[in-house]
Design a binder for this molecule. Structure first.
Ligand SMILES: [Cu+2]
Length: 109
């Protein structure tokens, strides 16, 4: 009898542990990937446009701790780059997708 009771106790602890783990999984899966992506704002000058890519000499971007630099950005939608050419002053929003900087909006200054 004692042995059965001990077995039941062990089994319920294991079930609780499993349940807690399953809850964690649910939380991870329930979080949509796009909802927590931070959008950063930048100001800069277009250096070059090529296809969906634009080289921008941007000012400091404090939200990322970036110094002013010239670097490539990619536009998910090529239409964002319409009318841009070397020398165009812009303000822009972007998200970091792994090591890529994806433009989400561009405004000419
Ligand atoms: Cu940069």
């Amino acid at each position: 009898m004692k042995q059965i009771a001990r077995f039941m106790l062990t089994a319920s602890i294991a079930a609780l542990a499993f349940h807690a783990q399953a809850d964690d999984m649910k939380k991870i899966n329930a979080k949509p990937a796009a909802s927590k992506v931070a959008t950063h704002h930048g100001v800069g000058v277009v250096k070059q446009v090529s296809g969906n890519n634009v080289l921008i000499a941007h000012e400091e971007i404090k939200s990322l701790g970036w110094m002013a630099m010239t670097m490539p950005f990619e536009a998910k939608d090529k239409a964002l780059l319409t009318g841009l050419k070397a020398g165009t002053k812009i303000e822009f929003d972007f998200v970091q997708d792994s090591d890529m900087s994806l433009l989400t909006s561009v405004t000419r200054k």
